[in-house]
Design a protein around this ligand. Structure first.
Ligand SMILES: Nc1ncnc2c1ncn2[C@@H]1O[C@H](COP(=O)(O)OP(=O)(O)OP(=O)(O)O)[C@@H](O)[C@H]1O
Length: 318
């Protein structure tokens, strides 16, 4: 059973399909990195998942139940989606957290908690402040908060209703490196210690790379590809290009010595080797078997280049 499944999800604005037949699957416990260019449709997908925007077609299924519950406000709420036992709570940080600058962090939380009818609101507000590392700043007015503190308070709002799923749209936007790292660590902690499934969109690929378990790539409203973090790491890992005097012999001996690697014979007679390559071990194996090496190069594919290629490929098919 998936935590989130979208089936044929489509949104048309002014005759344009900004999300088109979108089928994503998020496993329970995933931190799902949602990657796409500006305007690709990430926010619209998230808004349809949380019920803030009605799909033109298709459906959202949460933990096996069709999500047809009350729609939460676009930011901060964690209202139930679905009916009865199957209802799941979604916490959302999609646009500006809508904080009241003249109130303290605690009072901001209390105002929402009371509006949403959260049971034992004072204790829950204290608890969420602690969860996001703002326990010591609860009585301070939000007007004096840094951007990073405001984002964490926005996350606290999203956590108030004890959500099963968190949808975070660009949570690192505008944050300095320290605040970015604090936000990243917080997301991982919430996922690992509370078991919250997280969908997070970001243009900061190296931050996603440090925390996500799965990726979904969107281009022009379509899901181009979904893959695990391990698959991305394998595709972006180092690759080798080796040209020897006797390609067939080198291929046979390397395949035997490194069965986990992938080998491809190139038209120019070289071998492209990918997987978890240990260049020194490959070079040693060639030397031990007295192969004459004419060329030996190592490439490292940048994760950003990799995703740009995927997005470009996806967009050109639309
Ligand atoms: N309410 C709306 N009315 C009309 N068009 C909209 C509306 N909301 C979004 N769009 C359009 O839908 C497309 C997808 O927008 P969306 O905000 O989902 O993209 P995104 O991938 O989240 O972009 P970004 O990374 O810039 O936030 C854009 O072309 C946008 O202009």
């Amino acid at each position: 059973m998936y935590a989130i499944e979208t089936r044929g999800l489509t949104k048309v604005y002014g005759g344009r399909r900004v999300v088109d037949d979108f089928a994503m699957t998020v496993q329970p416990g995933d931190i799902y990195g949602f990657v796409g260019r500006n305007g690709a449709g990430k926010s619209t997908v998230m808004k349809m998942i949380c019920g803030d925007v009605a799909p033109t077609a298709g459906e959202v299924v949460l933990f096996g139940c069709e999500a047809d519950g009350e729609a939460p406000a676009s930011t901060g709420a964690s209202a139930p989606r679905g009916k009865g036992e199957g209802a799941r709570r979604i916490g959302v940080l999609i646009e500006e957290p809508g904080l009241l600058p003249g109130l303290s962090a605690y009072r901001n939380l209390m105002a929402k908690a009371l509006a949403w009818g959260i049971v034992d609101a004072p204790a829950r507000c204290e608890e969420t402040l602690r969860l996001v590392g703002l326990a010591g700043a609860g009585s301070r007015k939000v007007r004096g908060f840094s951007l990073g503190m405001k984002q964490r308070l926005g996350l606290a709002l999203a956590l108030l209703g004890n959500p099963d799923v968190l949808l975070l749209d660009e949570p690192f936007n505008g944050l300095d490196p320290e605040a970015t790292r604090a936000m990243r660590n917080l997301i991982v902690r919430l996922n690992q210690s509370l078991g919250i499934t997280v969908v997070v969109s970001s243009h900061v690929l190296d931050q996603l790379d440090r925390m996500v378990t799965r990726y979904g790539v969107i281009a022009e409203g379509r899901l181009v590809r979904q893959m695990s973090a391990a698959e991305v790491a394998a595709e972006c890992g180092s690759s080798l290009r080796v040209r020897t005097a006797d390609t067939a012999c080198a291929l046979a001996l390397l395949q035997e010595a490194f069965p986990a690697l992938t080998f491809r014979a190139e038209p120019d007679g070289s071998l492209a080797i990918s997987g978890d390559c240990d260049a020194a071990a490959v070079a040693q194996a060639l030397r031990d078997n007295e192969q004459v090496v004419l060329e030996f190069t190592q490439d490292h594919r940048d994760i950003e280049d990799y995703f740009v290629e995927l997005m470009e490929g996806g967009a050109s098919h639309v």
